[in-house]
Design a protein around this ligand. Sequence first.
Ligand code: AMP
Length: 614
Amino acid sequence: MAVMAEVSTITGAALRSPASPAPAPVKEGDAEKLRFIEEMTSDVDAVQERVLAEILARNADTEYLTNCGLAGATDRATFRAKVPMATYEDLQPYIRRIADGDRSPILSGHPVSEFLTSSGTSAGERKLMPTIEDELNRRQLLYSLQMPVMNLYVPGMDKGKALHFLFVKSETKTPGGLAARPVLTSYYKSNHFKNRPFDAYNNYTSPTAAILCADAFQSMYAQMVCGLVQRHDVLRVGAVFASGLLRAIRFLQLNWEQLAADIETGALTPRVTDPSVREAVADILRPDSELAAVIRAECSSGDWAGIITRIWPNTKYLDVIVTGAMAQYIPTLKYYSGGLPMACTMYASSECYFGLNLRPMCDPSEVSYTLMPNMCYFEFLPMDAAASGGDASQLVDLARVELGREYELVITTYAGLNRYRVGDVLQVTGFHNSAPQFRFVRRKNVLLSIESDKTDEAELQRAVERASALLRPHGATVVEYTSQAYTKSIPGHYVIYWELLAKTPADGVGAGEAVDRETLDQCCLQMEEALNSVYRQSRVADGSIGPLEIRVVRPGTFEELMDYAISRGASINQYKVPRCVTFPPIIELLDSRVVSSHFSPALPHWTPGQRNDD
Ligand code: AMP
């Protein structure tokens, strides 16, 4: 006991920055977790060497490593010499065979238990990441480290609950019969989550049945009503990503009257039909006219500033990722929460969970993640090398990255991805013990993102081409275009600026006017049809992206844009039209030249299954 107390004090102190306020006493249960973090970060190179040897030993007989000529070797030198760097497209033939039912050890020595469907796409479809049973333990382990770290900064989180909006998404089966679903859906449906023992630090207001309900409306409604009923217990409000939390607030804006009515009577709306959800909510929902009155008073005024703390007054922080593409939502979240701290606790992907933020209460602009060396084998491709294609000889180990430099993340996983390019760009910002810490800089090749969708330049180009075919009969073409992820409304949506040229302009008629409204509305829908399946799923199944908008700008606008860029120092010779704009003065310029705006009149096509013809 005394030893434990000593270890905890040391561990707690090591994890806190010198500038942080007086340390909270470390609880016994947390000490072990904090000590684990210290152990893992003390000699990352040794841990990484062991992890690589373990991965290569397990997967020694796989077809992939055999083809690489590894011949059972588990040392770094042979691995470096023989195993090439790989992209998803390189692995796709192997992955396809596993999906089709080939059970031989192709990538992994352990049986592939399911596929995780990444929000990254290949040929317009979600990437399928093979995973194995024991990855769940590694994910679980990383989750279990979050609250012990948080407890060092925010005491008393065991005295109440978390209103965390968690959702499952639809899943399919591959032709070989393996489940294909997003990693969080897999986790929430696992016994690790469903049968988790009570944990005062992760005590959710949402009943598990509501989280597991695949119908987005019913799930959100049930989670919201339970969150409202337990409003005084709520100590943190969150969702995985900022966009998800904003959707919840939008849901409250649209449904507060019904929610208040249910709370007044203690009877759940018949719009929630799922019997298990109804049963779970019935355990929590009681008639409470006082609470109904509070909700009506707070929500009917039309003033939504600070709504989170007005409804959930004991909230200490928002538990939500606002790094990377999610940074665009920081101002809106500040508005709704009255400036509560935002904790970005974890950095993870379908391929593998990577690491933790060891200073979770820091400002979003300062978030760095410490990659935990036990999760997989990490390598890093310097960005200057990545820009020119990059080859495996340029890869740097975790223990050898340099402060300040940017790298593309490359991983070798227990599940059988070898030197796989994740596509994330990270910058080294410091060290915890010997473990480097990284700022998430960006995802490579992502132009537009509202939530988990990722649209690259080529996809946007294809979508514009497909839509502009509708203009041809009108003798008009798109001469220039750019785009922005519009997030001032919830849900956000893509805005595409088009400058049109009429081939045979009628006197005094601009191209914008030569094309009728209906055609331009249809162009919006055509663009959506051409975008990837993650975008279309967000539009159709989740409602988390609003209808795509085309704003037609008057002729000459893009020339003005170029003049503006040149006046700010761009070179005339090298100027290229940006395919996405974020700089407010540029957006203002474009918006001031808009002659008409058009929205997609319908939902694009989307079905849950993966396409199998690519
Ligand atoms: P997915 O495989 O669909 O779960 O997406 C994983 C990707 O989401 C990562 O490769 C990152 O690009 C992004 N991501 C995950 N966690 C974070 C984070 N904490 N901050 C910024 N981006 C993140």
